[in-house]
Every structure is written in C-alpha cells, then in structure tokens.
Design a protein around this ligand. Structure first.
Ligand code: PLP
Length: 392
C-alpha cells in the first residue's frame, strides 16, 4: 500500500503530543529529554512562554498580507539583524534551502551587474549541506543528495573541507563566491578552524569574490556567539540563516552587505510567504532573547559543562565512542559503534539525539537547557552506551 505521506524519511516510531522546555511527551505520558531540538530549530525549547505569547497575540491580529505591502514586523526584525551583524540588508525566506537559493542568485547577480558576468563559479566543500533545492544539492554536491537528480545546476567546484591550498589552486577570475558552513552540521559536526575561515576571507578579498557563510545550523547563538563566524573575528558578505531564528516557526533569511546585495533591485527576487507578520513577530522575539549577551554567556557556560561531561562519557565507553567535537551547544559524538545504534539505544533511555554523517551522533539541545538537564542527558547517554556494550 502506498504511504499517504511520501516516504522520503526514515522515521523513528515515536510521536509526541506536547512539549515543554527540553522535554517532549508521548500520548501515553512517556517523557523524552530532547537533545536534538527539532534539528537545532527549537532554540528556546518547546512552548517557551514568550514565544507562545507573541504567537498568540500576533496570531489574533494579522498573519499574512504578502510583500505587496509594507510589513512593519518584517522591517523591525531586519533592523535587529542589521544592528547585530555585518549586514546592511536582509531578505526573509521560510527555510534554509530558500536562503541558499537566494545566496547563489545574489552572488551571481552582483557580478553580472558589476560588469563581470563571467564570474559565476562558486567554490563549495565536500560534506556540505545547503538544503534540498536544485541549487542546494548542486552546491553541496554529495552523491547522497544528488544521485538521480541530474542535470545539476552548473558552476560549483567541490574541494576537501578546510583545504586552503586546494582553494588557492581553484580560485580565480571566474570565481564569484566561496560558500561554506563554519561548522558542518549534517556533515558530522565538523568545525572549520578559525585560521581556515580567516584564510577564506583573505582569499576572497585578494580575488575580489564574495564569502557566503551558511549559518543555518550553527548560527543564532548555538556556539555561544550570535553567529559562529564571530569566533574567527571575520565577517562574510552574504550569510544564510534559518532553523533557530524562528524557534520552531518556519523562518529563514539571507543577510548581506550593501555591496553583495547591489544587484537585487525590485523584481529580481521574491517570496509569497517570506517575511510574513506572524513569522517575523516570532523571529523578533527569538532574536531579542538570544542576542542578549547574558543569554549567550549562559550558552557558553553550559556548553562547557556539557563538553566536559561528554569527554567523561567517551572515556568511560571507549568501545562505543571515539571523541567529542564541535562548538558551544553544537556537539558531535564521533562513534565507534554504528551511530544509529547509539541513537536507538538513546530512545530506550528516553533521550533524543540526531545522527549525522561520518558516524556522528549530534547534540543540539535547546539553548535554554538547564545544568540539571545536561547532567541527566549524559546519565541517559551513559545508560544507552552501557546497554549497547551488554549486547553480544
Ligand atoms: C538545515 C540546513 C539547511 C536547509 O534548511 P531547510 O530549512 O531544511 O531548508 C541548509 N544549510 C544548513 C547548514 C542546514 O543545517
């Protein structure tokens, strides 16, 4: 029988009826500690009172009017993002993949209008993930994403992640942009060294091309800074965000410098839903909470606790785990046991984690997770590992 839902996902046999903070509850009452947060989306956990309040009050007032009209809620969120970042201007989308689409279009349009129409090439990296649209899969280039979907959008070159010499050899007159995640998420929580990010910035400057950062997963406070590139002390020309910014409401954005955005005048791009009043009212509240330095300081402090506990976990279970990597509350357990076996053993202990490439188990908890919940999470992972060790 054909599944009424197109069967593109491998789903766990779990279904939740409600959530609160770092916890999700099934119909039968079983409570799970949520260390995946909807793949890094529920930045403030589930049913955060401030987000419920703004969703309800804006929901009772106005949801959607289209971009035919001024949208004050959209302008307010754009101003907050511009105020807090390198960006001069913002375009709102409903997802990360739509943001990646615009980033590619914006870079090419910039050079087209600047009288360098031959500059269309985009250098990207192996193990990348930029969403599932035609441009997104061409940009990432991985076999798992692209197989069967040819012909792919042209113009992308894929180099080993973080290989600066390979970038030096590939970059040239035809290059419009370098596109990279400061920390690869789907690719297995692989961080780019600060030095490598600085080198990419320098190469873009030397060759007159644009640096596009995909902070869809690592941005919005996840690493303890508002955006991950801040750790390296550099700024991109274009940045995609999504996931955390809506706190669970679909919302994404492209942030850009005035120079990078120079080609995007009236009629060059659009979205029916993107930047609607409801999404932007919620996003503005998320932004207000997450961009507070005290909140970000707490993320860093808690991240230190989680990291230290995970190092202990790895040491206690050398047959199951190999190492911990990542930054802030975006951490990966590199596994020796199959990562799906670890995730599933976690379900039995009522803890939710997310698998990633490179045999990694991802931990992307709500940024609001408490110290007690961190200790509880590591205890549950410890029990899951012990159960796996006991298996023949
Ligand atoms: C999730 C993700 C995307 C795609 O976002 P969607 O909202 O699923 O379209 C793009 N880039 C990165 C780095 C991501 O983690």
């Amino acid at each position: 029988m054909t599944d009424p839902v197109l069967p593109t996902y491998n789903r766990a046999p779990l279904a939740f009826t409600h959530g609160e903070g770092s916890w999700l509850t099934e119909a039968g009452g079983a409570r799970y500690l949520d260390m995946g947060a909807g793949i890094g989306v529920n930045a403030l956990g589930h049913a955060h009172p401030a987000l419920v309040e703004v969703l309800q009050s804006q929901g009772a007032r106005l949801w959607h009017v289209s971009n035919l009209y001024e949208i004050p809620e959209q302008r307010a969120l754009a101003e907050a993002l511009v105020e807090a970042t390198f960006a001069d201007t913002v375009f709102f989308t409903n997802s990360g993949t739509e943001a990646a689409e615009l980033a590619v279009k914006m870079a090419r349009k910039h050079f087209h209008d600047a009288g360098q129409p031959h500059r269309t090439g985009i250098i990207a990296f192996e193990g990348a993930f930029h969403g599932r649209s035609a441009a997104g899969i061409a940009a990432a280039g991985g076999e798992k994403l692209t197989r069967g979907f040819a012909p792919l959008l042209a113009g992308f070159t894929h180099l080993p992640f973080g290989d600066i010499e390979a970038v030096e050899a590939a970059i040239g007159e035809e290059t419009a942009a370098i596109m990279v995640e400061p920390i690869q998420g789907e690719g297995g929580i692989r961080p780019l060294a600060d030095e490598a990010l600085k080198a990419l910035r320098r190469l873009c400057d030397e060759h007159g091309c644009l640096l596009i950062l995909d902070e869809v997963q690592c941005g919005m406070g996840r690493t303890g800074r508002l955006f991950a590139h801040e750790h390296a002390g550099i700024a991109p020309d274009i940045m995609m965000i999504a996931k955390g910014i809506g706190g669970g409401f679909p919302l994404g954005a492209v942030l850009a410098s005035a120079r990078a955005a120079s080609g995007m005048g009236p009629g060059t791009h659009g979205s029916t839903y993107g930047g609607n009043p409801l999404a932007c009212a919620v996003g503005a509240r998320v932004m207000e909470i997450v961009s507070d330095p005290a909140f970000l300081g707490e993320v860093s402090r808690k991240a230190g606790l989680l990291r230290q506990k995970l190092e202990g976990l790895v040491a206690a279970h050398p047959d199951i785990f190999e190492s911990v990597r990542g930054s802030g509350l975006m951490l990966g357990l590199v596994c020796k046991a199959p990562n799906m076996a670890v995730v599933e053993a976690g379900y039995a202990q009522r803890i939710l984690t997310v698998p990633a490439s490179d045999n990694v188990v991802r931990l992307l908890p709500p940024l609001t997770i408490t110290d007690d919940e961190i200790r509880e999470a590591v205890d549950r992972l410890d029990a899951a590992a012990t159960a796996l060790e006991a298996k023949p």
